[in-house]
Design a protein around this ligand. Sequence first.
Ligand SMILES: C[S@@+](CC[C@H](N)C(=O)[O-])C[C@H]1O[C@@H](n2cnc3c(N)ncnc32)[C@H](O)[C@@H]1O
Length: 320
Amino acid sequence: MEGGIRESVKEFYTKVAMKPRKELCCPTSYSKEDVSHIPEEVMEVSYGCGSPVLSADIKEGEKVLDLGSGGGVDCFIAAKLVGRNGRVIGVDMTEEMLKKAENASSRVARNLGFSVVEFRKGFLEDIPLEDEAVDLVTSNCVINLSPDKPKVMEEIYRILKHGGRFCISDVVAEKDVPDDIRSDRELWGECIGGALKEDEFIDTAKKAGFYGLHVTSRYLYREVKGIRFYSITLKGYKFKKGAECVYIGQYAIYNGPFRSVQDDDGHEYPVGVPVEICTDTAEKLMKPPYRGFFTITDPTKGMEEAVPCTPGSDNTSSCC
Ligand SMILES: C[S@@+](CC[C@H](N)C(=O)[O-])C[C@H]1O[C@@H](n2cnc3c(N)ncnc32)[C@H](O)[C@@H]1O
């Protein structure tokens, strides 16, 4: 059913926007405080499978894109977190979903006391945004619905700024999904038929250019015909290599607890051993998700002055 997937998904979500299906709503329980500013009719069509926005370490003033925004629940939660100086854009292809989200928008703005959310009609595979436009991309139970997942990941990479990140919750399968499930339109709409295996999903992000990929949550979502489907939340980062990447005498010392680790560029870091690194690698290791795992020496001071870093520390100067 490759050719008709988009149309059939759109039809599915038009129906469930007009007539909410309670059993499709995810088991994610948002705290009252997170959603107190969001109208009930948005919550009724909250069809995600995680809470990527709450796991994304959103900072005030950030520009966020939510892909497959549906009734807008994640955009509205993000709005509260980015504050009046931030911006949130929701993209979805289904008009009925966009209508729901737009109808709720002014009430959310009134409740928050500011208006920073905008919805755009568009496809995951052709995002209606310019290159390097946002700090963060979130998506909640959407990418499994696309017939062209590599293209979606390439698009996410394109519209993220240098140093930007994604935080995506989605459904993955424990093994290859057989044809009888893949070709079932209802199961595809329910986020089952189009699911990749977890390693394939991560690999799609890796091939698009993302680094630092890691899963921050995993739980059993559903079991269908003897196959377990999990909801995972995956984070990944964009780094545009600088033309100016040089060796200036910086070393990275891996602090443990593993005996040795390898980064996305294939550099090996045995615990406690100084490894000479270029300026690009130093920049990466000083930021999430690596921050705190390495001690980076200051090239002007040398190894004697290296200060061990505290995991989670905000110090991005000479140390970590
Ligand atoms: C399972 S719902 C999730 C909605 C929302 N993220 C939430 O958590 O409530 C999937 C949404 O993705 C949208 N969608 C699916 N495939 C899409 C595509 N290729 N391009 C744009 N939107 C798409 C659907 O219209 C639907 O609103």
